[in-house]
Design a binder for this molecule. Structure first.
Ligand code: FRU
Length: 492
């Protein structure tokens, strides 16, 4: 490792990152060691631990020349920081090491496949990114970029695809030992598209086919694709940019899952259904991996691009990942549940059953900021709305309001504090399968709320920067509702 750019980043984060007190970070969500984080990268199980890399700019809490930060975990709850893995220091990536992924080589080394960025000056003096795909090989700690980089350029793409938008390769190993990857690119006719590539050894790559594309319907460019089998179906996941609001989709960046079938002989993907992955505020750039026990586990950046200029004053880290989620299929839709590892961290249990709620009510023992809370709400005939207040104290709170008449759930962090910019603070979703009882599992961490609706049929995720002593939780109904609340403190 002779890169001074990487050495500088490692020295900086070792000093600055280590000096951020643990209680000034979330308890069980990964944050950058110091500075800025966006997409999770290289999510993989390698040599007995989960590795999670991330888009990283250590020197400030804003996006900058992209490095790869690095952390490892045995349980997806506790993360240990490792030194930054990649820095923008090679002739083929000197303007950024953009998102990518990881796989294991037959000799046991770890292969990183990522996007290298080089600026090209335009006639008007501005610059645009030229994006190519590059490889680095390492031992789980140090990585060497190979001299044959880049391994894929726009010349490998079909006619009409832009050299400015070709990125975010997600790699996996095929049963025969060869490798495949999906990456995104853009053309005038297809819009954002997910393209499949193949390699016998992880180093030599060639284009296979176009899997699917937005074609004006799902945003303009796509980002951070993934492609995997799940319970007999094939899932193509991607993050459309500049989505136009329709149905459950909101304007701007979001994550969609295209669920269908795949023929490995012809490489044809046939889309059957499309779903929005999260209906809250802060959720983007998903990436999945296979756990050793076969579970498909997904992480994501728990942030939105449009809200990323809003941050608490004086913060030393910015950006975090969601708590990893297990993916399953139910009635042709993806459902998401927090990885079961969390159950081992559950401590004290408080249970209140079948409580009649009208005016704002506190329930003995229910409260806190690092908790796993499940609330079952059964509105009575007269119930117009039900509100669960979280992280509440004096003027601060984040609310979840359910209106049974329209089967609408609204997440509102307007009064969460910390973020005083005019960004999105509230989102609503229609409950897909409204039943007599609505079940909400809420994971609260110091700086976030993740809501799993009806056993993960839908989710809503948002960051909150509320003062940590705002620990109150209350229940209120306009009309009458019956509530069962089960809370676990999390010992982390
Ligand atoms: C998505 C993204 C990726 C890109 C990376 C750059 O959030 O824009 O497409 O690789 O971030 O940091």
């Amino acid at each position: 490792m002779d890169s001074t750019i990487l050495q500088k980043a490692r020295a900086y984060e070792a000093e600055q990152g280590a000096s951020i007190p643990a209680d000034q970070r979330p308890a069980y969500h990964l944050t950058p060691y110091v500075g800025w984080m966006n997409d999770p990268n290289g999510f993989s199980f390698y040599q007995g631990q989960y590795h999670l890399f991330y888009q990283y700019y250590p020197y400030d809490t804003v996006w900058g020349p992209m490095h790869w930060g690095h952390a490892v975990s045995r349980d997806l709850i506790h993360w240990e920081y490792l030194p930054a893995a990649l820095a923008p220091d090679a002739p083929f990536d000197q303007n950024g090491c953009f998102s990518g992924s990881a796989a294991q080589l037959p000799d046991g080394r770890q292969l990183l496949l990522y996007t290298g960025v080089l600026w090209e000056t335009q006639p008007n003096g501005t610059h645009r990114d030229i994006q190519t795909q590059c490889v680095a090989v390492g031992d789980g700690l140090n990585y060497e970029k190979l001299p044959q980089n880049p391994v894929l350029t726009h010349r490998d793409l079909p006619e009409g695809f832009s050299r400015f938008d070709f990125r975010d390769p997600k790699i996996w190993q095929e049963p025969d030992g060869s490798y495949s990857a999906v990456a995104v690119a853009q053309s005038e006719t297809e819009g954002g598209a997910a393209l499949l590539f193949h390699s016998p050894d992880g180093f030599q790559w060639e284009y296979t086919t176009l899997l699917d594309a937005s074609r004006g319907e799902y945003g303009v460019m796509w980002e951070c694709p993934d492609f995997f089998q799940l319970e007999g179906k094939q899932v193509l996941m991607a993050g459309p940019m500049e989505m136009q609001a329709h149905d459950e989709y909101h304007n701007g960046h979001c994550v969609i899952a295209l669920i269908g079938s795949y023929d490995p002989e012809t490489h044809q993907f046939t889309r059957e259904k499309v779903q929005l992955m999260d209906e809250g505020i802060d959720f983007y750039a998903t990436q999945t991996t296979l756990a050793p026990d076969g579970r498909r586990i997904m992480t994501a950046w728990m942030q939105s691009w449009s809200g990323s200029s809003a941050k608490p004053q004086g913060c030393r880290w910015f950006g975090q990942t969601i708590f990893p989620r297990e993916l399953q299929l139910k009635d042709g839709r993806l459902i998401q549940t927090p990885v079961r590892e969390l159950e081992a961290a559950r401590g004290q249990k408080v249970l209140h059953e079948n409580i009649l709620i009208q005016d704002e009510t506190q329930l003995e023992g229910i409260g806190g900021r690092v908790i796993d809370l499940t609330v079952q709400i059964t509105p009575e005939e007269d119930c117009r709305s039900f509100t669960l207040k979280l992280a509440a104290k004096e003027r601060f709170c984040t609310t979840l309001t359910y209106e049974p008449g329209s089967a609408t759930l609204t997440l509102d962090r307007t009064y969460a504090g910390g973020l005083y910019q005019d960004i999105v603070h509230t989102r609503s979703c229609k409950i897909l399968c409204p039943d007599k009882t609505l079940k909400l599992r809420v994971l609260l961490d110091r700086n976030s709320v993740e809501v799993f609706i009806n056993d993960g049929e839908q989710t809503m995720t948002a960051c909150i920067y509320t003062p940590q002593d705002a620990e109150g939780i209350t229940f209120a109904a306009d009309g009458t509702a019956r509530v069962t609340a089960e809370q676990y403190t999390l010992n982390i």
